[in-house]
Design a protein around this ligand. Structure first.
Ligand SMILES: Nc1ncnc2c1ncn2[C@@H]1O[C@H](COP(=O)(O)OP(=O)(O)OP(=O)(O)O)[C@@H](O)[C@H]1O
Ligand SMILES: [Mg+2]
Length: 239
């Protein structure tokens, strides 16, 4: 498949795995500037493995990954981050540090020129964090902890935020809160790539990729996905 010139992130034919086990088989996925892409897949489908290969925590064994047109396939993780891609893992915050320390650590580690100003901006996006800024992150609720994880990941003003299961471990109410926070980020030019099993995230997605057994089974818009009878049955229940 030809490379899409309009892509912010463009992964082509990515194979990856652990030791002798191959997990990903020729994965193609692209994200355009400012859009929200959902990577759906069941437990063990290879979502985390793919995200790790994107951000450089494991190496792609073959294929190519481009960010802003530049080949980053062999680049170290910190250099990928400097080019505007941040990763929010499932364990996104340091529990023993205060809320403010967490955000500052994020801004500094990712090389933001003025961490103080950025912290203020993030507090206006997530006011609950300002109220608790001196408390340890461990004192936050699950939903608030995700907000902090998002604030920390945003502290360096990335172009692309890559998130691994932001709904993990959250009750439906907190999932709604996270969805609300993410939708408030949309339209600010930030692109999101979200790996999830929770189809609630289709609400905020522009496009969807479905990963099964380490292979892309479907890619298209949410409407196209829901129009596909087999996928509709698998992910939305019976019609
Ligand atoms: N560090 C590792 N070493 C060896 N095998 C691993 C490792 N991490 C994951 N795997 C295996 O790779 C496969 C894909 O796992 P991965 O974590 O990418 O799936 P996932 O889609 O993120 O699943 P989940 O929804 O449960 O997080 C699984 O078979 C898993 O057992
Ligand atoms: Mg995972």
């Amino acid at each position: 498949m030809p490379t899409d010139a309009a892509s912010l992130l463009d992964a082509r034919g990515v194979d990856a795995g652990y030791g002798t086990m191959q997990v990903l088989w020729g994965v193609d996925l692209d994200v355009r500037p400012g859009e929200t892409v959902l990577l759906l897949g069941a437990n063990g489908a290879g979502k985390t493995t793919f995200l790790k290969s994107l951000v450089g925590l494991i190496e792609a064994r073959s294929g190519h990954i481009r960010l802003g047109g530049e080949d980053i396939t062999k680049m170290r993780s910190s250099d990928r981050m400097k080019r505007g891609m941040t990763y929010m893992s499932e364990l996104a915050v340091f529990p023993d540090l205060s809320i403010e320390e967490n955000i500052r650590v994020g801004a500094q580690a990712l090389g933001h020129a003025n961490p103080g100003a950025r912290v203020d901006e993030l507090y206006s996006l997530f006011p609950v964090l300002r109220d608790k800024r001196r408390d340890p992150a461990s004192s936050l609720s699950g939903g608030q902890r995700k907000m902090l994880g998002i604030a920390k990941a945003l502290s360096a003003e990335p172009k692309l935020l890559v998130m691994d299961e932001p709904s993990a471990g959250l009750s439906p109410l907190f999932v709604k809160e996270v969805l609300r926070a993410l939708s408030s980020l949309q339209g600010r030019g930030l692109a999101l790539l979200i790996a999830e099993q929770n189809i609630g995230f289709l609400e905020i997605a522009t496009r969807v990729f479905v990963l099964e057994g380490g292979r892309i089974r479907f890619s298209g818009t949410v409407a196209e996905m829901s129009g596909n009878e087999e996928l509709h049955r698998a992910y939305f229940g019976l019609k």
